[in-house]
Design a protein around this ligand. Structure first.
Ligand SMILES: [Zn+2]
Length: 300
């Protein structure tokens, strides 16, 4: 992805170097479990069709999202924003700042056009090891995640190394895709979808709550595709494949096979690799938020 001319976002808190939040008490809970509900997005999308313009595979994202769910209920902590901290000057920090800047530029334009509201960008927290969020404490093992309660994206860039080495999904666009997926969760929060889903999950069985989480994750993949479509001119040959490789690598089915040798569909929270790729492509096809109504879709 060509980001040379891309401005860097200033909405970054660089907490790499901190000891990682130990946390105090808190409420923890947060938000991430999203679930279902109906989304405000319009229409049913279904659309699937379009086979993608690029022949790409969807990239689905990454594993992100789910983040701190496991930590819910745990101590939360003193979230200490590093106010006034300088923007990251290292290559990894600059890359993240540019991708984040790209999401701000893209959503800042798309949101008013498609939703009729101004886009309020989230803050991205770079951390190493462990971090405290309004959704609880998380470690690098959680993968990147978005916390609706404080509207921040948490990213340990060592995840990118893992993406490359463990999951065989190297490439800058694969990394950008991961960030775009997390921003997709922020868009869901701005649209009120995160809250609706969380409320629906509180009343749902574990199985149904999990199904809502899958739809939430696939919608974030689709929204990452919407961002991708808007930035298509900056993509380079192979980028989409990179993203799709990442998406494929990180689907719950693949991860579960690696960790337990079998696939247990009911416990999926992100969707299968195939589903992730498919929804990314749907978002990428028209760049329309309304196409991303995973909650109305009969087939995922
Ligand atoms: Zn996610």
């Amino acid at each position: 992805m060509r980001l040379d001319d891309q401005r860097e976002s200033t909405n970054i808190e660089d907490r790499r170097g901190d000891s990682g939040g130990m946390g105090g008490l808190g409420s923890g809970g947060g938000g991430l479990r999203l679930g279902g509900g109906r989304m405000g997005l319009g229409g049913l999308l279904v659309v699937v069709v379009i086979a993608l313009i690029f022949g790409i595979n969807p990239l689905s994202l990454l594993g992100g999202g789910g983040g701190p769910q496991e930590q819910i209920g745990q101590p939360q902590s003193q979230i200490a924003p590093s106010a006034g901290a300088p923007a990251p000057g290292d290559a990894s920090g600059k890359f993240v700042a540019k991708v984040l800047g790209s999401t701000e530029d893209t959503w800042g334009q798309i949101f008013p056009q498609q939703v009729g509201k101004a886009y309020t960008p989230p803050t991205l927290v770079m951390f190493s090891g462990a971090v405290s969020s309004a959704c609880g404490r998380a470690t690098s093992a959680s993968g990147p995640f978005y916390c609706p309660a404080d509207r921040k994206v948490y990213l340990d860039t060592s995840f990118f190394n893992e993406l490359s080495q463990r999951f065989g999904a190297p490439g800058d666009f694969a990394q950008a895709y991961v960030i775009a997926h997390e921003i997709g969760h922020h868009v869901q929060t701005l649209l009120g979808i995160s809250d609706q889903v969380r409320r629906a999950q509180e009343r749902a069985s574990e199985k149904d709550a999990n199904a809502l989480s899958v739809r939430m994750e696939l919608q974030a993949d689709c929204l990452a595709g919407v961002w991708g479509k808007a930035n298509i001119a900056k993509l380079e040959p192979g980028d989409i494949e990179e993203a799709l490789t990442a998406a494929t690598a990180i689907g719950d089915d693949r991860l579960q096979r690696q960790s337990r040798g079998m696939v247990v569909p009911d416990s999926f929270t992100h969707g299968t690799s195939e589903q992730r790729v498919r929804w990314f492509k749907i978002g990428m096809a028209n760049g329309a938020i309304a196409d991303c109504d995973t909650f109305s879709a009969r087939a995922l």
